[in-house]
Design a binder for this molecule. Structure first.
Ligand code: CTP
Ligand code: ZN
Length: 150
């Protein structure tokens, strides 16, 4: 019974697949899914050929875009989104870290204007793996381990 799904198929919505198992709850958090009234199913520590263990989140009737996808990419750069319509996968897309990140990450520098005044953060992506973000305002680098998503 190799074909049995570990998490049931959905009719309409988005399947966020190939999440690192240990980041599953971070992705649920940053997408604010705990507030959702749509059906959500998820699993973690599922067997995956590519990742060894993976996490998966299935959100009925939702499509993610823009900043939401950028947030997923920052936490799980190899995740993919499957758009489901009438039980079929109609689109598959890999998330991708953009060249510039606006407002979704905190600057690591406590003295940065963005941490002291009402100024939106803005970073140039210097490196995608491991992530290195250069602040447009204070020029300090926020590294992968320091990334806090707002
Ligand atoms: N899926 C789902 N509901 C559907 C159709 C698909 O939950 N109605 C899920 C599948 O369980 C899978 C993901 O969406 O986790 C992608 O489906 P599919 O492309 O059919 O699977 P794979 O070929 O295994 O995908 P990949 O190569 O990306 O691992
Ligand atoms: Zn800064």
């Amino acid at each position: 019974m190799d074909k049995a799904l570990q998490v049931s198929a959905i009719k309409e919505g988005t399947v966020i697949d190939h999440l690192p198992a240990e980041r599953l709850f971070d992705v649920i958090n940053i997408l604010g899914l705990y507030n959702s009234t749509d059906m959500i199913t998820f699993g973690t520590n599922l067997d995956s050929k590519r990742l060894g263990k993976k996490g998966i989140i299935k959100v009925a009737n939702r499509h993610f875009e823009g900043k939401e996808i950028d947030k997923i990419a920052l936490i799980a750069p190899h995740a993919n989104l499957n758009i489901i319509k009438n039980y079929e996968v109609v689109e598959k897309r890999l998330v991708e870290i953009p060249e510039e990140i606006i407002s979704i990450v905190k600057c690591f520098n406590p003295k940065c204007i963005t941490n002291n005044e009402n100024v939106e953060t803005r970073f140039q992506v210097i490196c995608k793996s491991p992530i290195e973000l250069k602040c447009f305002f204070c020029e300090k680098i926020t590294h992968e381990k320091e990334v806090v998503i707002t």
